[in-house]
Design a protein around this ligand. Structure first.
Ligand code: ADP
Ligand code: MG
Length: 140
């Protein structure tokens, strides 16, 4: 067990549904602290850069279109085992397969429009946090 930071994104579908406060409440109820947060819209090029690990996938272009289609909330979450805990609170990639009570099950629309992103490892969390935030913006 260790105190970690992880990157969370509330995706354009959940922002459009006006459920960002509900998502944040789920994160906080799980013991995660939002230590940085901002709202903005990615360009398609920025979305492509963020998701470049998926550039060989059939869904890559559609995913990047979606992620740049409207405002998102980017946030840094901090807490005990934050990377795994956030993934647990998010639920499975496909909302249809996600556990009841998870963010994706309750707010996701489809495997692509699945409400939130969360880093999948401590190493990727550091890379993804640095993609969106400067050290000055993170207030622990
Ligand atoms: P996760 O976000 O759970 O870590 P992945 O890293 O595998 O999932 O995929 C990144 C994102 O790409 C997903 O959150 C989802 O928005 C989208 N995605 C994943 N698989 C598919 C798919 N089969 N069809 C369409 N979009 C997908
Ligand atoms: Mg992933």
């Amino acid at each position: 067990m260790s105190i970690q930071k992880t990157l969370s994104l509330i995706k354009p579908d959940a922002v459009a549904k006006n459920v960002t406060g509900s998502v944040n409440a789920r994160l906080e109820q799980a013991g995660l602290r939002i230590v940085a947060q901002k709202r903005f819209q990615l360009t398609k090029t920025q979305a492509e850069a963020f998701y470049k690990v998926h550039s060989d996938k059939a869904f890559y272009d559609s995913l990047c279109e979606f992620m740049s289609s409207g405002p998102i909330i980017a946030q840094v979450l901090c807490g005990e085992d934050a990377v795994a805990k956030n993934r647990e609170v998010m639920g499975a990639t496909n909302p249809a397969n996600a556990e009841i009570g998870t963010i994706r099950r309750d707010f996701g629309e489809s495997i692509e429009h699945n409400a939130v992103h969360g880093s999948d490892s401590i190493e990727n969390a550091a890379i993804e946090i640095a993609f969106f935030f400067s050290g000055l913006e993170i207030m622990e």
